[in-house]
Design a protein around this ligand. Structure first.
Ligand code: NAD
Ligand code: MLT
Length: 523
């Protein structure tokens, strides 16, 4: 795997990448230079400087994964990446403490006029009156957005004996209770807070969330902090509110345009600013670089990445349980694709036992990927498999039952085509995947690269002649399973073989008396 690191990345991350991949570090490239070289790489690692535009993605013939060492993916065209089957990953946890600490630092600097006092003293003045501050104890902090960073800010603010109000429409009362926090409305926060800090992503809903109208109802002497994304608080409106005295001050780390050049926020003494330093600590930079590098190595080694933002997010502890089932599900899908000739109409994937206690979404995606990849080629992946199924109007239905059937965990895939159903079920035995059901035949087969699956009449002198066909051609049989549905009726024979068989061999097997159907399988 060839990896391009196009923004400066902590050495620890580069070292991890270099242990297992070929790495080029090329920072400061122009968009044209990036477009010219990107086709040579399988993976791209960026921070916030490199703009991964649709143009870059279209030129990236071999790119499979984009890693963002940080949270925000505003600099990556994620939609274009998804359309091209490129996984986008980020590192959302590594810098949250640094960002929360920076927010608290900004709140304290704002309360005690530290930057202004520092500047004044260094310019030769000794002015103690002008920089009279305020305590934060017993003041109300309004937090908009109680995700990773908002929650860390809340914890720290409680330690400083502040009262906390929170607005976040996507978190439950339970989570707020766990944090000892009161959920309320934006208006309540605006009317009752002495400090207001925003910790949401920048979205259509959050852009200009605090604008002229909102400033009209704030408590006198409120102070605002934005260490999230430029534009959540409208820059012009904030500058006006501060200059009119409606707002006592503001601390801003992030800007609509970065660098902010002529932002009105730079022109106010009571607005303190930092150049997007929230994550700029040695610890955060190491954390995010190591996180992204490890995910890229995991991806290379076929281990599902934990923070792929354009495929379902799975918590690490859940992923530990689901991980072995992903290759199993993919194999079931691939096997199904080779046993069915008609157009798929509906795919039902059911989970039973322990696995059903988890969110099995990624396992369903793996099964779909296996099924569709066999038909449509390697452009199908974990990212676009559900999109392709939807585009093809294939209904995918997932169901879960915690009741254990024959195995402690089982995946059953049924594909309905033109009124007929093909069913395949699998489980894990230790670390080994097993196919345990093919239609109504119970079997116990370890899926291997090459297999032959034949249905036949259930009576003697059929299996031997089939094996002789293979023996004659020097094809080794490494495993064999026979399953029958009802003695004397029909049976299924599954052979694991060491090499591929050609059509002549298949025909010869098919000609064995009693054989009903035969298929060569490649997984
Ligand atoms: P997160 O995804 O963990 O949390 C965001 C929270 O915002 C979620 O709880 C979500 O429910 C909430 N939210 C979404 N829309 C909302 C709305 N309309 N109103 C209220 N709440 C809403 O994100 P995080 O990791 O905590 O990051 C928060 C912000 O900080 C992001 O914008 C991120 O890019 C930024 N950030 C900045 C720096 C920096 O260097 N300054 C560093 C890290 C993160
Ligand atoms: C992030 O998105 O991770 C932060 O804004 C910090 C950064 O851009 O590096």
């Amino acid at each position: 795997m060839k990896v391009l690191v196009s923004d400066s990345l902590s050495e620890e991350g580069v070292r991890i990448l270099k242990q297992d991949t070929e790495v080029d570090v090329k920072t400061g490239m122009s968009p044209e230079e990036l477009i010219a070289c990107i086709k040579n790489y399988d993976a791209l690692v960026v921070r916030s400087q490199t703009k991964v535009t649709r143009g870059v993605i279209e030129a990236a013939e071999n790119l499979k994964i984009i890693g963002r060492a940080g949270v925000g993916v505003d600099n990556i065209d994620v939609e274009a990446a998804t359309q091209h089957g490129i996984i986008v990953i980020n590192a959302p946890e590594g810098n949250m403490i640094s960002a929360a600490e920076h927010t608290i630092a900004m709140m304290m600097a704002l309360s005690r006029n530290i930057p202004q006092a520092n500047q004044s003293l260094k310019s030769g003045k000794w002015d103690r009156k002008q920089f009279m501050g305020v305590e934060v104890r017993n003041k109300t902090l309004g937090i908009i957005g109680l995700g990773r960073i908002g929650a860390e800010v809340a914890r720290r603010a409680r330690g400083m004996e502040m009262n906390i109000l929170v607005y976040d429409p996507f978190i439950s009362e339970q989570r707020a209770d766990d944090l000892g926090i009161k959920l309320t409305s934006v208006d309540d926060i605006l009317q009752h807070s002495d400090y207001i800090t925003v910790h949401t992503p920048l979205t259509k809903e959050t852009r200009d969330m605090i604008d002229t109208e909102q400033f009209k109802i704030v408590k006198p002497n409120v102070r605002f902090i934005n260490c999230a994304r430029g534009g959540i608080i409208n820059e012009e409106a904030l500058a006006m509110a501060v200059s009119s005295g409606q707002v006592a001050g503001a601390a801003v780390d992030v800007f609509v345009n970065e660098p902010p050049d002529d932002s009105p926020l730079l022109k106010q003494d009571n607005i303190i600013v930092t150049p997007h330093l929230g994550a700029s600590t040695q610890e955060a930079q190491i954390n995010v670089a190591v996180d992204v590098a490890e995910q890229i190595i995991n991806y290379k080694n076929g281990i599902t990445v934990k923070n792929a933002i354009n495929m379902p997010y799975v918590q690490q502890d859940v992923m530990k349980i689901l991980q072995p089932y992903l290759p199993l599900a993919e194999k079931i899908g691939k096997l199904a694709a080779q046993l069915i000739e008609d157009k798929y109409e509906r795919i039902e994937i059911s989970y039973s036992g322990k696995i059903a206690e988890k969110d099995t979404g990624p396992v369903t995606v793996a099964a779909l990927k296996g099924l569709l990849e066999f038909v449509m080629g390697p452009s199908v992946n974990y990212v676009n498999a559900p999109v392709i199924a939807k585009e093809r109007k294939i209904t995918v239905v997932e169901s879960r039952s915690k009741t254990e059937e024959s195995y402690s965990s089982m995946i059953t895939m049924s594909i309905i085509t033109d009124g007929r159903t093909k069913t395949i079920a699998g489980t894990m035995v230790g670390v080994n995947p097993r196919v345990v059901q093919l239609d109504d035949y119970n079997i116990d087969v370890m899926p291997s690269r090459h297999m032959i699956i034949a249905t036949h009449e259930d009576h003697p002198n059929i299996i031997g002649p089939c094996c002789m066909v293979l023996g004659k051609r020097d094809i080794n049989i490494s495993g064999m399973q026979v399953g029958s549905n009802k003695p004397g009726n029909t049976a299924i024979m599954v052979l694991n073989i060491d090499s591929e068989v050609d059509d002549d061999i298949l025909k010869e097997i098919k000609d064995v008396k009693g054989i009903l159907d035969v298929k060569s399988i490649y997984l």
